[in-house]
Every structure is written in C-alpha cells, then in structure tokens.
Design a protein around this ligand. Structure first.
Ligand code: GLC
Length: 724
C-alpha cells in the first residue's frame, strides 16, 4: 500500500514539475526592455564605490548590494544536485544553525543516464524550489564539462562525453530551476575537464574541438536554456585565464551567443584587475586576498582608483552592474518571489524517479536479474558502499539530506523480512587502502551460505565535509590515480564469485572502472552512480524487478585506461604548464568507433528486463535535413522504456570525421506488445562539421549514413541518404 502511494506521489510530482513548465504563480514577467529601463535609472543613482561594491563578493556566497538604494545582495549556493550544506557568510563560519537537510538528487551522470529531458526539467524544479526555500537566488549548477577522461574527480557532477546529450539534458534542468525564480549557473566555462592542476593548467585545443565538443553544452545552456549565470573556470584556455579571456567570454559567450547574464568567477579564479575588467568577469567570487573579511579584491578598491585616474572608463563597470541587476530582476529580487518548498515528499519522489530511470543494467547473463522474491531465502550483501552515505562527500557539491536510503536499507525494505540479508563490509575505505584478508574471508563465508551474493563497490566520496582527498575517489580538487577499483575490491569480487557463482556486482560512483579482471565471471553488473536520497530504494526495486531499468551510459566504459582517447591520443594531465587536447574531436565513442577500439561497455548501452524490436526505418531527406521514422515494439513480457538513438555518419568529407555522432534520441515507454512510431527530425546541424581551416560550420553535400540503435554499438538499422 505504502509503495503504491509513493509511486502515485512520484508521478504526481513529475507531472506537476513537467506541466508546471511555467513561471511560478504571482510572478510578473517584465519585458527586458522594461527591466533595462529600470536598471539604467538605478545605475544613474549609484556612486562609483557602490557600483564597484556590486562586482565582487560581499561574503563567501553573496555579492554586494547597495543598501542606500534598496538593492539587495545576490545570494548563491552550490551545487548541481542539491542545495549545499549551509556555509553562512564565511567559509569558516562552521556550525550555522539552519535546517539545511534537503533533497539529495542523483548526481549529474545519473540524470544524464536517464536520457529523459523532461526529467531534467523536474530535477531543476526541485533544485530551484529548494534553493528558493533556503533563501538563495542562484544555484551553482549544472556542471556540464565534457567527460574527457575517466580519471576526472568531478565526472560524477557532470553529464556526458557527448555534446548533443549534454545539450539536450541541460536545457530542461536550467528551465526547471529558473521557472522557480532562481538563477541557474552553467559551469565551469570552459574546458575544466580535469582536477589535476586545475588552478593553473593551460588547455590547448583546436577550434574544431572547441566548437564541436566543448562549447555546445554551454551554447545550449545560453541560447536554449536562457541561463542567467555562467561560471568562469579555474584553468587557462589558450594562454589566458578563463575569467580573463576575451575570446571565450566577450567574443563567444556575450557577443556570439548573446549571453545577457553574469559571468561570475569560480571561487578564487580571478588573477588580474585589468584583464578581468576588460576580458569578461562581471562578478569576482571567492578571492582570497585576505578574503571578504578584509574586502580585498582584484575588482575592489583598485578599480575605483583606476576609474578616478581615468585609466578605466566607468561605463565598463556599469556594463557589469547592468548584468548583475538583470539577474536580480529575473530572480524577482525587486518584486515578490513566492517561497519555495524544501525537503518535501514530492521532491524525494522526483529524486527516486531520476534514480529509477538513471541506474544502468550493464550485464544480465541468463536473466539472473530480476531476483525472484519468492525464490530467494538469503542474500549475502557485501561491500562498504552498500551501507555508506555519500551525499556529504565530493567537495563543493556536498549535500546534507533528510535521509539517504543506502542499498542495504533498500534491500531490507523490499525483502520485508522474508529474505535473510547478511552484511559484510568486504573492504575498508581508507587512504591507499589495499585488500583486507580478514574482511574478504568473512565475505566469502557469507557468500557460500547465501542463495545470492550482491557486492556493492565502486568509487567513493570523501565522507565528511572537506574530506575531499582522504579517501575520496570522486571528488573536487583531485583526480583518480587510475581506473583500478580501490581498496582491494577486485580481489574481493574474484573471491566472492568463486564462492557463489550467483554474484551480482553493483558499482557506485561517477564513472568507468577497470572491471576487466572479473567481468567475464560475473553474471550481472549494475551501474548505480550516486543515486541520491532514494537511491537504495530504486536499486532494490530494480534488482527485484519492480522497476524495469532503462538507464543508458552517457559515457564509454573503456576496458583499460590506456585505451581511453585522452590517454591513447591526447595528453593527460599535461605537463606543468599545458595540456594539449590532441585527442581533439575524438572524445569517447567518437574515438572508440572511429579507431575500432572495443569498449568494455559502449556509450548509450543499457539493458532492460524486456526486449525491443526496431522496424520500418525510413529516412526522408529534406533541404539539408532529414526526417527519421521507425517503429519500436516491446516484444517482451514486461513494460519498459527504450532510448532510441540516432547516429549520423558523413560517408565522404574533406576533414576526417567520426565514425558516428549522436544527433537525435527519444525515450519511449511501451507496455508488453505495444508499438510506437518514433519520428526524429535531423536539422542542418546534424550533418555539418566545423571546418577550422575555413573557420565556419560547413555542410558538404553527399552521402550520409543514418543509424538507429539501442546503443552506439547496438545499431539496429541503417539507411544511406544523399544530402544536397
Ligand atoms: C568550487 C567549485 C565550484 C563551486 C565553487 C563554490 O571551487 O569549482 O564548482 O561552485 O567553488 O563553492
């Protein structure tokens, strides 16, 4: 009974979030012209000192206001998958007394694994509503840096290796947040694809790689999502700091893309006054020149002096203040923004829905899954990650939550006492931890006695606040040393499956792990990411078949790190100064498929408990476009969802192009026996590539191959067409 109420709440929550794709009630959506008129009036009344006070932080997470003119501070909070533990006005404020136990949403990679843009909107709605309730104006997310290497410590916060998937998922997220009256902040602009030397590394890439791979997510955030804020990254790009980069910020972001919001720096990412003033930063955050306590900023008193000496034109400051005030109007700082809601059952229901659809079934030999509740009397549950709370780890994206259902709790709930579930840690999470023989022996003994063994392992966050490096393998500020599962988990898995061939492995974490040592001996593998507050329930319901998994990998799982393009073709982490992206556009499956390297699990891969057939594929070419139609049928016995993926190949091109590129997808929900006609439009951009010799997007007429499939490596039908 309880379960069905939860499901009802869950669907109502999604329905509300999706259908309420409108401004929150009571908001007055003024036209931009009206807003700018008011802004001009306000700026005319401001002194130079008051203007400069607005373009840098006034505390750890606020930017300056002007009390005299009733201009409030802008208040911001991390992070991409939940409103962060309260930081108060200074980092070291410590025990700030507020109720900051909110909803811990599944992290970015799990959201992307749903391949469901509508869920992105629901996700953003929760984030916006909870930020609102916590008195924030800006939520510092989504994190949309391309997943270039499996080692990046922040992959868990990001979304994908593919720019098209990022572009589709980011729009819903941003609109969901901003329809709650809160500003989203797309980050980290741009090419912050590693944590190693993030504060100094200079990223070098071709214009083609920039345009085809690293920029599209931010372009979609601005031009389709209408994002109000963008965060300048810590690293350099082609020799200039990202926060002081005329090309990236002034020419591309503000001019070419028409971005009207605020380019705020990452915390402490501004390095020079003149460069930041001229080349892009509107708001300096987190600078530690004595920090906010002593009011020392690059965009602080020095700017006042420069203007008064006539070295800097005051209109340059006005432009920055204008952008900050614009965001204040868009977040209703000058009119009424209804309160949001915090930590509600509807929000947790949305978190569950995202986990339900984001967890990926990677392998399921002989249909060992789903487990039959009546056919099993005992489970040996093994692995620290089965019982571990993750929400507060990982760095700035840490979330304190009202509750976090672990896999152990989820399994105990679903078994309802009818199954004996033993627990053994199997390994220890500790700095440079290795295999622990006693723990492995205990786990083996438990596995021998049980009908089924479930090992829950993978990466792990640092546990307490700021334990980012102590035992963290998925955290800000640090990359993983390699792709090998830490803490002796490989030895554990190999020992357990020897003791019980019915062993299921559940991997938690933000990305690929080298599973080559045991993958062939394990009948079932599930990728659970960091599935949020309701993750344990979602996982348990998937393992027992109450939920049919529909997640698809948003990044390739290589067999070995050396086969990953950033390591096979490109440089990582670079030398002490530069990192050269000579893997170029061949990121992820673009590399594996073009260079014929077999992945462990392919981009877009994810199994279901049912089967889907593809038929009647047709492609009708249009004017530099095409329309793909096909029929998808659920040929199995249970309802399920399939993500139909459309890939395009340019059969003949002047410059080398990838073997395939994702240019369309649709998630279809089908009952047993049900068929649905799917139509996916391919516009001009589905066929173009960026010719950086000519410095423009080009569509070279000729033959193209259109592929439809259940993953980048499970192509079900193809059609050749001529594009004129
Ligand atoms: C951090 C992160 C950024 C975060 C900011 C504020 O260093 O790079 O993602 O939003 O500082 O905590």
């Amino acid at each position: 009974m309880k379960h069905s109420i939860f499901k009802l709440v869950s669907s109502l929550a999604i329905l509300f979030a999706i259908t309420s794709n409108c401004k929150i009630m009571g908001q007055t959506s003024q036209t931009d012209a009206a807003i700018y008129k008011k802004i001009d009036e306000q700026i005319k009344q401001m002194t130079l000192e008051e203007k400069v006070g607005m373009i840098h932080a006034s505390s750890s997470f606020t930017s300056g206001g002007v009390k005299r003119l009733n201009i409030p501070e802008l208040t911001m909070s991390d992070g991409p998958h939940g409103v962060r533990i309260e930081q108060g006005r200074h980092w070291d404020a410590g025990n700030v007394h507020v109720n900051d136990s909110g909803t811990y949403l599944p992290t970015g990679v799990c959201l992307a694994s749903t391949w469901n843009p509508k869920l992105g909107y629901a996700y953003g709605s929760v984030l916006g509503s909870e930020a609102n309730a916590r008195g924030k104006d800006v939520i510092l997310g989504p994190g949309i840096n391309i997943i270039r290497t499996p080692l990046n410590g922040r992959n868990f916060e990001y979304q994908s290796e593919d720019p098209f998937l990022v572009s589709k998922m980011v729009v819903g997220y941003i609109r969901g947040v901003q329809d709650q009256g809160i500003a989203a902040c797309a980050k980290h602009y741009l090419a912050n694809n590693q944590e190693t030397k993030r504060g100094s590394i200079n990223v070098l890439m071709s214009e083609r790689a920039l345009r085809e791979i690293y920029l599209p997510g931010f372009k979609a955030a601005v031009t389709e999502g209408g994002v109000y804020a963008v965060m300048g990254a810590y690293n350099k790009f082609r020799g200039e700091w990202c926060t002081e980069n005329d090309y990236l910020v002034n020419k591309i972001l503000k001019k070419e893309l028409g971005f009207k919001g605020v380019l705020m720096s990452d915390w402490g990412a501004v390095h020079n006054t003149m460069e930041a003033l001229w080349y892009g930063t509107d708001l300096e955050m987190g600078t530690d020149l004595g920090g906010v306590k002593y009011n020392k900023f690059f965009l602080g008193d020095t700017v006042i002096t420069l203007v008064k000496k006539g070295i800097v034109d005051e209109r340059l400051i006005d432009e920055k203040v204008k952008r900050i005030l614009y965001v204040m109007y868009k977040t209703h700082k000058f009119d009424k923004r209804p309160v949001g809601s915090f930590s509600t059952k509807e929000h947790f229901a949305t978190a569950k829905k995202v986990a339900d659809e984001g967890i990926v079934l990677l392998k399921n030999n002989n249909n060992i899954l789903p487990l039959n509740k009546n056919g099993i009397k005992s489970i040996a549950l093994i692995g620290v990650n089965a019982a571990r709370l993750q929400s507060e780890g990982g760095g700035s994206s840490q979330v304190r939550t009202k509750y976090e259902i672990t896999p152990q709790e989820g399994l105990n709930r679903i078994s309802g006492g009818s199954i004996t579930i033993s627990y053994s840690p199997g390994y220890e999470i500790m700095r440079n931890g290795t295999a622990n023989k006693q723990l492995i022996d205990a786990a083996v003994e438990a596995a021998k006695k049980a009908d089924v063994a479930i090992v829950v392992g993978g990466w792990a966050h640092g546990y307490n606040n700021y334990a980012w490096r102590d035992n963290a393998y998925d955290a800000e500020g640090t990359d993983k040393p390699n792709m090998d599962m830490p803490f002796g988990q490989n030895e554990l898995i190999e020992a357990v499956v020897k003791a019980n061939p019915k062993t299921i492995v559940v991997l938690m974490g933000g990305g690929p792990i080298d599973v080559s040592g045991w993958v062939d001996n394990i009948p079932a593998i599930v990728q659970a990411w960091y599935p949020g507050s309701e993750g344990g329930n979602a996982l348990a319901e998937i393992l027992f078949g109450q939920i049919n998994p529909s997640g698809k990998l948003p990044m390739t799982f290589p067999k070995h790190l050396s086969e990953s393009p950033a390591h096979a073709l490109g440089q990582y982490p670079g030398d002490s100064v530069n990192v050269l992206y000579n893997d170029d556009i061949f990121v992820g499956y673009r590399y594996f498929d073009t260079y014929k390297v077999e992945p462990q699990f392919a981009f877009g891969h994810g199994l279901s408990y049912t089967k889907f057939s593809y038929s009647n594929m047709n492609v009708v070419p249009g004017n530099q476009s095409a329309t793909v139609t096909l029929t998808v049928t659920n040929t199995g016995k249970v309802a399920g969802a399939e993500v139909v993926q459309v890939y395009v190949k340019d059969d003949v091109s002047t410059l080398k192009r990838p073997e395939k590129e994702l240019k369309g997808f649709e998630k279809v929900f089908l009952k047993p026996g049900e068929s649905k006609k799917v139509t996916i439009a391919l516009g001009k951009d589905a066929f173009q590539y960026y010719n950086d010799i000519k410095g423009q997007w080009v569509l070279e007429p000729g033959k193209f191959t259109i592929m439809v499939g259940s993953s980048s490596r499970d192509i079900r039908a193809t059609k050749g067409i001529e594009i004129r």
